[in-house]
Design a protein around this ligand. Structure first.
Ligand code: FE2
Ligand code: FE2
Length: 389
């Protein structure tokens, strides 16, 4: 059984796309992945912000910076056989005779590699977000959006740093980017229009992030994993809110041709996330019968929970940004996702924002308690390495 994977065994893509097209293989370079970019870098001479709502999110972004190195207790050891404290219900193959037959030592391998596959995708997705946010600084016309994107660049860099550290120090196995996520990132980054970057990143990929990190925060038992994802989620809620406000205004007056192109782009992404984001590489890397494990995964309650959380964010968000014409509704119906349109996106975003505020309060309480503790022990908070006496 391999302990790490080069990740070259990508999805077989057995599920047909709605348009019958084959997915393109993204280009690879040794150690890098190069995507050619075109388009204009826009200066603006209008330094007046035209949106208080966007500026408030920028202000929040400045105030709520945190340091992954100091905000989290990295010294806490994790269980190497279960680095996230993952309940069995979340293991994709857990409800099966195969799982019943596996000795505990092999179940530990599955838990560790499931954690590795998931956190590797989070890591690579976060790098995609970093690149997209940096791009938006250049391509978006408004000064308020440039300001906000610059705080998002720092947020995403912190997320990349922290997921990489978690993988290195706590899990010890890293997977390559999965083909479905790579294909999505490729189509987002290749397009030079800022609204496509927003649609792809802030609505679709960040929707994936909110669903995934929410599961980590709510259902994993390891305290470091829970706290870590709660911090990241707080940033992501802000990014998603920004994307939706910006696109809601911009998409109100699209021509039919412009709306069609964006709806098709979003539908294709929904199809990829629905049909192909399912951890096939994990089972091809482990020795338990890949085809059986893939089938079990597709039918698993865990994947249903994930999809519920994912599409209950993405579908109402598409509706709220006016990408919800007959074409979109028909496409969602075919994917079995139209029922999510009835969900209240404002209530979901308010719940995200409340959860973010609770985390912020907890952060402040923690900082105050740390300051009191330093005061009580008479320490300055500065490490003094001089020998005593
Ligand atoms: Fe992020
Ligand atoms: Fe983000």
């Amino acid at each position: 059984m391999a302990d790490s994977t080069g990740g070259t065994e990508h999805s077989t893509g057995k599920t047909e796309r709605p348009d019958g097209k084959k997915p393109e293989e993204p280009a690879r370079l040794a150690g890098h992945w190069a995507i050619p970019v075109t388009g204009d870098s826009l200066f603006t001479w209008d330094y007046d912000s035209d949106s208080d709502r966007l500026l408030r999110l920028y202000d929040k972004g400045k105030r709520l910076q945190w340091d992954a190195a100091t905000a989290l207790d990295w010294s806490r050891p994790v269980d190497p056989g279960d680095p996230l404290g993952m309940p069995d219900e979340l293991i994709w193959i857990a409800d099966s005779e195969l799982w019943d037959r596996l000795p505990e030592s092999e179940r530990a391998v599955v838990r560790r590699h499931t954690a590795a596959w998931m956190y590797s995708q989070f890591l690579h997705g976060e790098q995609g977000a970093l690149i997209c946010a940096a791009r938006v600084v250049q391509t978006v016309p408004g000064i308020d959006a440039k300001f906000f994107a610059s705080t998002q660049v720092m947020d995403e860099a912190r997320h990349v740093e922290a997921y990489d550290r978690y993988l290195r120090e706590k899990i010890g196995v890293r997977y390559d980017i999965t083909a479905s996520l790579q294909g999505l990132l490729d189509s987002i980054v290749r397009d030079s229009r800022w609204d496509i970057t927003y649609l792809g990143m802030q609505v679709l990929i960040e929707g994936l992030a909110l669903a995934s990190f929410g599961i980590q925060r709510d259902l994993m038992k390891d305290p470091l994993a829970k706290a870590f994802n709660a911090y990241v989620l707080k940033d992501e809620a802000r990014h998603v809110a920004f994307g939706q406000i910006a696109l809601r205004d911009h998409y109100r007056d699209l021509t039919d041709a412009e709306r069609r192109e964006r709806e098709e782009f979003a539908l294709e992404a929904c199809w990829v996330l629905h049909a192909r984001y399912n951890g096939e590489e994990l089972w091809r890397n482990l020795d338990y019968g890949a085809e059986e494990c893939i089938e079990l995964t597709k039918r698993s309650a865990s994947l249903r929970v994930f999809r519920y959380r994912l599409f209950s964010r993405i579908v109402p968000a598409l509706k709220s940004i006016h990408l919800f014409g007959p074409r979109m509704r028909d496409g969602l119906e075919k994917l079995g996702l139209l029922r999510f349109a009835a969900m209240d996106i404002n209530a979901i975003m308010e719940a995200d924002s409340r959860a973010a505020d609770e985390i912020e309060l907890a952060m402040r309480r923690q900082q105050i308690e740390a300051a009191i503790e330093i005061g009580r022990s008479g320490r300055t908070g500065v490490q003094d390495d001089r020998p005593a006496g």
